[in-house]
Unconditional design. Structure first.
Length: 144
């Protein structure tokens, strides 16, 4: 929100030739090595969660028909595809565990009974519907 206002003020300043002192400070902002380092660190963390999710899923084969205890969910694989399987109120759902946003592997949230993506925070119902984005569509159903 503040960046939009700042950008608008800078554009107006450029168009009308406003020489407000604080405006020149915004125009000359330099990205510091610390900011670059912080950005690289955040991207490295996302890459780590991505690799961790896929490795955990692919090294945990799920058996066909295996049902988690009511109120729980497990992530595993049915070969080379990550699968998210949960049981809520006696109903077991098997879904693709791959987040449709950018391919992270979701994990089960015991408190909310939801599938959450650790990469950018998308959340899905136990049946795969989108609760909140950035993902625009839900998790794809899979055969149990
Ligand atoms: S990859 Fe899941 S929210 Fe971005």
């Amino acid at each position: 929100m503040t960046n939009a206002v700042s950008a608008a003020r800078m554009l107006v300043s450029d168009v009308v030739g406003d020489n407000t002192p604080w405006m020149s400070a915004l125009h000359h902002r330099i990205t510091t090595p610390a900011a670059i380092g912080a950005g690289l660190g955040e991207n490295a963390a996302v890459a780590w969660w991505f690799a961790r999710g896929w490795a955990r899923a692919l090294t945990n084969p799920l058996l066909p028909g295996e049902e988690p205890v009511d109120g729980t969910g497990v992530v595993g694989s049915d070969g080379f595809r990550p699968v998210a399987r949960s049981t809520v109120n006696g109903e077991t759902c098997s879904l693709s565990a791959v987040c449709p946003h950018l391919g992270g592997v979701v994990s089960w949230n015991d408190q909310e009974l939801s599938w959450d993506c650790p990469l950018h925070g998308s959340r899905f119902t136990a049946a795969g519907g989108v609760i909140e984005g950035p993902a625009k569509r839900g998790l794809t159903p899979r055969a149990s």
